[in-house]
Design a protein around this ligand. Structure first.
Ligand SMILES: Cc1cc2nc3c(=O)[nH]c(=O)nc-3n(C[C@H](O)[C@H](O)[C@H](O)COP(=O)(O)O)c2cc1C
Length: 174
């Protein structure tokens, strides 16, 4: 049953100083790489930032500046190669943003089951080129977010049943 894990996934923006073990990082990236991709393109790759300078660089690039980007022990930046947009082929994506969002979701859910917390830090479209340039990605890569990860400074409240709204469900027609 994965619902309890999903209920416990909250955006975590304050982290303890404890490092994220490499094995836990690899489990996050396993979850991401087992996520579905359009036409099974598997074009999502991952920039992993652990060093203070690299995280500071990313923090300074993004708006609004949110300190958790540099304070988290680990930041994952999923990136999808969207070259050859019109001609789908292996390792190239024609649905890059959707692929990135699903991979990111899997990372954030897997984080919970490892006792970790994470948050989606959005990268606005106009910021993607500067992120690519600063970190050496080819300009054809799409980046839509960065995911700071770490052990939560305090345990967040899980989602509650009261947040579930049957009024948002439309059956057969709107
Ligand atoms: C597409 C998207 C963009 C987001 N961008 C940011 C962001 O830039 N900074 C931030 O602090 N949180 C960001 N969030 C996190 C949301 O604020 C958060 O998911 C929402 O408030 C619900 O809280 P929860 O994640 O604890 O359930 C983003 C979430 C999504 C899905």
């Amino acid at each position: 049953m994965i619902l309890p894990v999903i209920e416990n996934r909250r955006s975590v923006r304050e982290f303890s100083a404890r490092e994220v073990p490499e094995e836990a990082l690899l489990d996050l990236l396993r979850a991401a790489q087992f996520a579905p991709t359009g036409m099974n393109n598997r074009a999502v790759e991952f920039l992993v930032l652990r060093g203070r300078e690299a995280k500071e660089k990313l923090f300074l690039l993004l708006e609004p500046k949110q300190p958790f980007v540099k304070e988290a022990p680990l930041v994952i930046v999923p990136a999808s190669d969207r070259r050859k947009l019109q001609i789908p082929e292996p390792n190239r994506s024609i649905v890059a943003a959707a692929d990135l969002a699903i991979a990111s979701s899997f990372i954030m859910v897997q984080a919970v089951s490892l006792g970790l917390g994470a948050v989606w830090k959005h990268v606005m479209a106009e910021f993607t080129p500067r992120v690519a340039e600063a970190f050496g990605l080819a300009p054809e890569f799409l980046v839509i977010n960065a995911i700071p990860v770490g052990y939560p400074a305090r345990q967040p409240e899980p989602h509650k049943e009261s947040e579930f709204s049957p009024a948002r469900i439309h059956r057969e027609r709107w």
